[in-house]
Design a protein around this ligand. Structure first.
Ligand code: TNX
Length: 527
């Protein structure tokens, strides 16, 4: 053990990730959940209560009946009037929530919660079910790692005596999964969603289309999937989600208060669509499917009227399937598209997306083109200079921060890793932590930043275990960057908390990367 131990290491405070805004140990108030424990839920909190019961029942073997108030011994989920929670008014200040421009996206108040123990009841209070759900993830982390077992294990199921007040710093905390370079089945995506939920991530960006494959059924353009889905990097079979499967994923995420952000990448990264529909190519000549990893060669054609029919139809169907406020239109690496063509297609794509009532998001190259007022810019650069992004922020565009050299989950941790690319460098666990989303781009400050997203591109990842290794421990680290106040963050503390989460990941069957920067305990017994 090293000597620069944080309070967490010494056992004074439990290992919660992301670290809460305020957390104090309160001696003598711990709660042991035993045979008589109930989950008492206010009206409107029953969905979260059932989710919590589903988490706790398998490992504890306890019944955890869900009832309405008043609470008995156990857990109480209380919905309090917005702004009325003691925690929110007294301890958290009355800071204005950054609103999501042009949509009905989340506010930070909507996810605030308070968690207190009193010796017999753990009470989570929040203004919304989303806030309760975030609090439930904290409660889960306060219980021993063995609570993650799917079969009965040994207690005691003791929640330490604490008082926690918490709310996110940024409204948007995302993770992206590239299902185009390699296709991942529904069950793998569900598991990824569960992992994100544990760390209070609230957006899942699905990169659904690229040169190597088209992954979402579009009824009006059936060859996108009957032909365009049948390829992936390395020549595997590919695959796609039917509209029912996609709807299911949206609901699965929504049940965890995670909003799906679908991406249809254009005008580049479109080889799969061009292969399926030669009428979309510049010369009407069919192109072959593609299974390599070089990018930037494909393009939709700005002067082809079919291009806009295609965009209308595709965005129309995707919008109808997607309850969330955002549609991502890509816009990156269009190296074979002229400036004029790019600007024409970007303008039309934004118009179409907005026509369907959605807020467009695009990779930061869109900031060099014409932007409509609500459009959100996703920064993915490796340098800290991006004049167009700074200028767009100055004009009122919100920015999602995904600097590739810090947030890209597909970068290798160190040279020689079995998985990952390294074009943006190597990203060790502490590298992913050691930056701040506000001011990373000088001129893009707190109020411009909508949030943080960690993209997982899948050129080298083919299985769920590959995703685990790239995302863990960096996904929890970046979740803390997006959630926790800047001055509450501390690497020595996080390092100890990550080590404490290792056994939880073992129990959950997460094949995490055993970074040498963290002193992992010996592997626990899986459940
Ligand atoms: C860059 S990030 C890309 C992707 C690749 C990724 C690999 C971005 C907008 N474009 O097409 O998959 O690098 O790390």
């Amino acid at each position: 053990m090293d000597d620069a131990r944080s309070p967490e290491t010494r056992g004074v405070l439990p290992a919660v990730i992301p670290v809460p805004v305020g957390m104090a140990a309160v001696a003598g108030t711990e709660v042991t959940l035993g045979a008589g424990a109930v989950i008492a839920a206010d009206p409107g909190a029953d969905g979260v209560a059932e989710y919590l019961a589903g988490l706790l029942r398998p490992a504890t073997g306890l019944p955890f009946p869900v009832s309405t108030t008043p609470p008995g011994p156990g857990i109480a989920l209380r919905l309090v009037a917005a702004g009325g929670a003691e925690a929110q008014s007294r301890s958290l200040g009355a800071q204005a929530a950054p609103m999501v421009t042009g949509g009905v996206g989340p506010t930070v108040e909507g996810e605030a919660y308070e968690l207190v123990t009193d010796g017999s009841v753990v009470t989570i209070s929040a203004a919304t079910p989303a806030g309760l759900f975030r609090g439930v993830q904290t409660l889960r982390q306060l219980l021993p790692a063995t609570v993650e077992r799917r079969s009965p294990g040994e207690g005691p199921w003791t929640v330490p005596g604490v008082r926690i007040v918490d709310r996110p710093r940024f409204a948007y905390r995302g993770v992206m999964l590239d299902v185009a370079r390699h296709f991942f089945p529904v069950a793998t995506v569900e598991r990824f969603i569960d992992q994100a939920a544990l760390y209070k991530v609230n957006h899942l960006h699905l990169h659904l289309t690229d040169d190597q494959g088209w992954r979402l059924e579009i009824a009006s353009w059936p060859r996108l999937t009957s032909y365009g889905a049948g390829s992936e990097v390395g020549g595997g079979p590919g695959g796609f989600y039917t509209q029912d499967e996609y709807r299911h994923l949206v609901e699965y995420a929504a049940a965890r208060f995670i909003t799906v952000v679908p991406e249809i990448d254009l005008p580049g990264h479109t080889n799969a669509a061009l292969a399926a529909y030669p009428e979309l190519t510049r010369d009407g000549v069919a192109v072959p499917r593609y299974t390599g990893i070089e990018v930037g060669f494909s393009s939709l054609a700005a002067d082809n009227p079919r291009t806009y029919r295609f965009l209308e139809d595709v965005f129309g169907e995707v919008a109808a399937l997607t309850p969330g406020p955002y549609l991502h239109l890509g816009g990156d690496e269009a190296k074979n598209t002229s400036r004029g063509e790019y600007d024409t297609m970007l303008a039309r794509a934004q118009q179409i997306v907005r026509g369907y009532g959605k807020t467009p998001i695009g990779w930061h190259e869109i900031a060099e083109g014409p932007l409509d007022p609500p459009t959100v810019v996703q920064f993915w650069g490796t340098s800290r200079e991006a004049p167009e992004v700074v200028a767009a922020a100055g004009r009122g565009h919100r920015v999602i921060m995904s600097p590739a050299s810090l947030t890209y989950l597909d970068m290798q941790y160190v040279p020689g890793d079995r998985l990952g690319l390294n074009w943006a460098g190597f990203i060790e666990v502490d590298d992913a932590y050691g930056w701040d989303p506000a001011g990373h781009l000088p001129g893009v400050t707190e109020e411009h930043v909508l949030g943080v997203e960690s993209p997982l591109w899948s050129e080298t990842a083919t299985t769920g275990a590959d995703l685990d290794e790239l995302a863990f421990p960096r996904l929890p680290v970046l979740a803390e960057v997006g959630w926790s106040p800047r001055d509450a963050r501390d690497w020595a503390s996080l390092r100890a908390r990550l080590a404490a989460h290792g056994p939880r990941w073992d129990t959950l069957g997460i094949a995490y990367y055993r970074s040498e920067r963290v002193a992992w305990p010996v592997a626990a017994d899986a459940g």
